[in-house]
Design a binder for this molecule. Structure first.
Ligand code: JFZ
Length: 453
């Protein structure tokens, strides 16, 4: 195996880094058009998969937190956790297979955990030897292989980077007591000086490495609450670094500006909700929900809470109908294989997207109250016509849907998958659609309503 490409020492990955508050907007059109992306949580934590010495990790199902939640409530001694690096040899890792499964599911971009809270890098970082090439027998550039597999298929490349929590560097943030009733491991938070050392010695240089080495299309930074360590100055510096080196690379609101910066989320390109949070209203900005396929983000051997495909499809359609994206997470196993429930769900979603994808991707919200029977999306055609898509969740064959206030001229309606003509009657500003007896899909059947201007 050839040595992975490494950036020359002293290249642009060294400081000083720009610190101006460069709040420029990148072009987010590709992101909103895509609507659907794959999130991958994979790393050393995928080896124990939520179980340590035969005991399930405590506090919650998040297997990627096992360093802090294994051996609950004491956590796993850092060196004992980091010894996992000697066992990281995922012989079944196949970036092409992973990204082929994503593309076939209708996903248009990837977000992969390049470095999660444990501080372990999935690329040959020159900044920290705690990485997949220098510290494991696997010695392959996982980030590079995934980025290449994406680009081969026209998929965009996104990087999750844990800029705040870093349990390897002495100055990285640690989880701290949030609820005195919860016996969560108490860690001394780093001082501002120690965190600054982490910020300058590891965080910024690694983000620079990722940009210079792989030219990502977006970053997914992970902060979820106010913290005095994430000062406005540091956030400006990180945003400034990304904008200076990759002006079109999108940045999410969970970088922390929303609650740690006087300008709020003004400096970011898309809004990230909290995990598995699906807004009930349309949001007039690019936004996304990242959600799990089971309970855990990382592979968890005892997490049998697999969400049914129908629920995952509704998350996708719900968000698209409100102008948002859905980033569906998978947690590959420690050996690099995909769990069968993941494979099946991606294939089933892909089957639905094959015939209904146009009703999701490239659409925009309809300014109507979400109907009780399902969701609405729409697209504008170059010739002035408008296509509305009726995503029917609750099918009552033969029954008329409540009137849709859709101005315009003559209308035609079909079942998108089958082409079956559907009865539609115009009464002034309103259209009355009557569902056929035949339900094309028992999860979500999509009707396409074509309205002349
Ligand atoms: C964070 C990470 O800790 C987790 O491991 C995963 O990467 C996820 C995508 O992001 O998890 C969170 C963050 C915020 C909340 C819950 C889990 N929150 O505030 O409810």
């Amino acid at each position: 195996m050839n040595e992975p490409t490494r950036l020359p020492v002293g290249s642009k990955t060294q400081g000083p880094f720009p610190s101006e508050g460069v709040f420029r907007r990148a072009d987010t059109a590709w992101f909103t058009e895509a609507r659907f992306g794959l999130f991958i949580h994979w790393g050393l934590y995928s080896i124990p998969a939520g179980v340590w010495n035969g005991v399930p990790s405590g506090r919650n199902w998040y297997a990627e937190w096992i360093q802090m939640q294994g051996n609950w409530p004491h956590g796993i001694p850092a060196q004992e956790y980091r010894a996992l690096r000697e066992r990281f040899d995922p012989v079944r890792f196949d970036a092409d297979a992973w990204m082929a499964a994503a593309a076939e599911a209708g996903m248009r971009y990837l977000i992969v955990t390049t470095k999660h809270h444990d501080g372990f890098a999935l690329w040959p970082s020159r900044v920290s030897r705690f990485n997949v090439v220098d510290a494991t027998p696997f010695r392959r550039d996982v980030v590079g292989e995934l980025a290449a597999a994406c680009r081969k298929r026209g998929l965009r490349v996104g990087f999750y980077y844990s800029h705040w929590q870093d349990w390897e560097h002495p100055g990285g943030a640690r989880p701290y007591e949030e609820n005195p009733a919860e016996p969560f491991l108490l860690h001394p938070q780093p001082s501002q000086q120690d965190f600054e050392a982490y910020w300058q010695q590891k965080c910024l240089p690694q983000v620079a490495e990722l940009i210079d080495g792989y030219a990502p299309d977006l970053f997914w930074f992970d902060n979820w609450r106010p913290d005095p360590l994430l000062t406005a100055g540091r956030l400006d510096q990180l945003i400034g670094l990304v904008h200076a080196r990759a002006p079109q690379c999108l940045i999410n609101s969970r970088i922390g500006t929303t609650w740690n910066h006087p300008q709020g989320d003004a400096g970011v390109d898309y809004l990230s909700t909290l995990d598995n949070v699906f807004p009930e209203e349309a949001i007039p900005r690019p936004w996304e929900t990242s959600g799990t396929m089971q309970r855990s983000w990382g592979c968890h051997a005892l997490d049998f809470g697999w969400k049914p495909t129908g629920q995952l499809l509704r998350h996708l359609v719900d968000n698209a109908s409100r102008g948002g994206n859905f980033q569906l997470n998978i947690g590959p196993r420690g050996d690099g294989s995909l769990p069968p429930p993941v494979i099946r769900r991606l294939r089933e979603i892909g089957a639905w997207m094959t015939v209904n994808g146009e009703a999701v991707q490239g659409t925009r919200p309809v300014r109507l109250t979400a109907p009780s029977w399902g969701r609405l999306t729409m697209r504008d055609l170059p010739d002035g016509r408008i296509w509305y898509y009726l995503h029917v969740y609750d099918w009552h064959g033969g029954q008329a849907l409540p009137a849709l206030r859709v101005p315009g001229g003559a209308a035609r309606c079909q079942v998108l998958e089958t082409g079956q003509e559907v009865q539609v009657q115009r009464l002034g500003q309103d259209l009355i659609v009557t569902l056929p007896e035949e339900q094309a899909d028992d999860r979500i059947t999509v009707l396409r309503l074509e309205v002349q201007p």
